[in-house]
Design a protein around this ligand. Sequence first.
Ligand code: AMP
Length: 191
Amino acid sequence: MLNIVLFGPPGAGKGTQSSKLVDKYNLIHLSTGDIFRYNIKNETDLGVLARFYIDKGNLVPDKVTIDMLQAEVKKNPNAKGFIFDGFPRTIPQAEALDVLMTELGTKVDLMLSLDAPEDELVERLLLRGKDSGRADDSNEEVIRNRIGVYNDQTAVAASYYDNQNKYFPINGVGSIDDIFEQLCSVIDKFN
Ligand code: AMP
């Protein structure tokens, strides 16, 4: 199996690159943000709960997020591997992912981290908000809060993987194809 954590602040390009990586490496894409949005749209109990946090740009509590992620992974017993997009966002989530991967007889192979300057992230998200209809992409205050949450609560998760020599930062500014190539060149060393 090949299990990749795709990391970085909101607007860094994780979703765009995930869909290209999924095609190339035949992996299952699990975006916790997408799964929450699906639940919000379908007005499930999980969606109602998650919305309370997401609309403000705050993190959904770890227990809720971890339980959901575990269930999604287990729905794919024949996966060749996973791209985790937007998960883990905290150290407890990273620890829970390791426990889950061990249970399944596998491991996280690497974390690829995309980054871009804050003003560029805000600009990209506001632009995306015009088309996506995402409430959390349409309000600059919420966007800046999400970036602040990333800096204060999530960025530290990179050190968890860095300590295991699994952390690979990639510049998220540039053409989609150039960034994709850089991601692939790291992945191909593990594949
Ligand atoms: P994203 O689509 O990854 O930008 O996520 C959108 C929102 O969903 C985030 O701002 C959080 O409110 C919530 N969310 C997504 N993934 C997680 C996670 N791993 N832990 C906590 N909250 C999350």
